[in-house]
Design a protein around this ligand. Structure first.
Ligand code: 5GP
Ligand code: MN
Length: 346
């Protein structure tokens, strides 16, 4: 409660507010940012949302999207530096270490404005003046809802703000199926429904807006690129940069693919390794006790949540896949005994 009081004090007068979120924002990153931005604007603040990279087209419907500044080093450094440097308050949403926002991280670290972290990832870096860090929360959007409510302003949540927050909670809970989907989550959704959100519209815009090409790409990946390793209860997908080019893959086109690998009966650990040229980006998912955040932190410079994490490798794709495969025997005992029920929070 102490943090809420400090934040309330900070927002007592109209402020210049800078909101940012992690590299390649997903629906929780962008939804929590735009939901918070919508609320703060209604309170009379001057708000700018800056993302450290572009994000998928299926998020462009979110109210406030048109005003988002996408940071592209070499193109708009001056504008972004000015925005960070002159902000009274800098909100950092849905990431727990400044490394997750690339070059923007150093700008934020050095900026004089008060830094406010709102996040649900494990092991937060201590860089914020006020931190709302709750790794057991299902989504950062859930925390933003609670923050607005605890500031005494739930009545400010209109359908535009509510749909941004709903999108974040819906996607980060895997459409309300991950163990993080608490009673609290459902109660918040009830409040959002009361505020007038259209939940089927949000679902459709996010999940039923594939291009034909993306669906063909999915077919190719599932048919030709999926490897199942029964002896480790593991499945993985490795995609080369040529394959991405061949299918004209756009930002967001690979999102969710790893979940297909995890959806195979008996599989408790899934990975997708994608050659993004500058680096190999990896997503890990698990069900049950096996901690992918720990695995990713230890071996692939990453982190995230117990059952959903990401990491990076600067070796070529083949070498990265080999490293991944060579690690599996060390985890075989855990992977074959991992109980599927009673999984911890995502
Ligand atoms: P995704 O696999 O969907 O990109 O990410 C899964 C989860 O892990 C998300 O919560 C995301 O923020 C986090 N994550 C993804 N990549 C990284 C990374 O390179 N480092 C860290 N620390 N977290 C990551
Ligand atoms: Mn999140």
């Amino acid at each position: 409660m102490h943090e809420v009081t400090a934040l309330k004090e900070l927002l007592r007068e109209p402020r210049h507010i800078f909101i940012t979120t992690h590299h390649k924002p997903d629906a929780d990153a962008l939804g929590s940012s735009l939901g918070l931005a919508g609320y703060l604007k209604k309170k009379g603040h001057h708000v700018t949302v800056v993302t450290p990279s572009d994000y998928p087209d299926f998020l462009a419907w979110m109210p406030g999207n048109d005003e988002v500044v996408v940071f592209e080093p070499g193109r708009n450094d001056r504008q972004v530096q000015e925005l960070v440097g002159t902000a009274d308050v800098i909100f950092c949403l849905d990431f727990s270490s400044l490394g997750r926002i690339n070059e923007l991280g150093e700008y934020v670290r050095q900026a004089p404005g008060k830094k406010v972290l709102v996040d649900h990832h494990e092991q937060p870096e201590q860089f914020a003046d006020i931190a709302f860090s709750f790794p057991t929360a299902a989504a950062t959007a859930e925390l933003v809802f609670e923050l607005i409510r605890d500031l005494g302003d739930q009545s400010f949540i209109d359908p535009s703000i509510g749909e941004c927050l709903y999108a974040g909670i819906m996607t980060d809970t895997g459409s309300f199926r991950h163990p993080s989907t608490s009673r609290n989550v459902h109660l918040i959704i009830a409040e959002l429904l009361d505020a007038g959100i259209n939940l089927s519209a949000v679902h459709r815009r996010i999940y039923d807006s594939h291009s034909e090409e993306r669906l063909r790409f999915l077919g190719f990946v599932l048919k030709d690129k999926l490897t199942v390793l029964r002896e480790y209860n593991t499945a993985y997908i490795a995609i080369t940069s040529d394959e991405l080019r061949q299918y004209h893959s756009k930002t967001g086109d690979t999102e969710g693919l790893v979940n297909f690998a995890l959806s195979i009966e008996g599989i408790v650990f899934a990975a997708i390794l994608i050659d993004r040229v500058q680096a190999v980006k990896i997503s890990f998912r698990s069900v049950g006790d096996f901690s992918v955040s720990e695995f990713s932190r230890r071996h692939f410079n990453g982190g995230g949540h117990h059952n959903a994490a990401g990491g990076v490798s600067y070796e070529p794709l083949d070498a990265t896949v080999k490293k991944f495969l060579d690690l599996l025997p060390n985890y075989q005992a855990q992977l074959v005994t991992a109980p599927l029920a009673a999984a911890p929070q995502q």
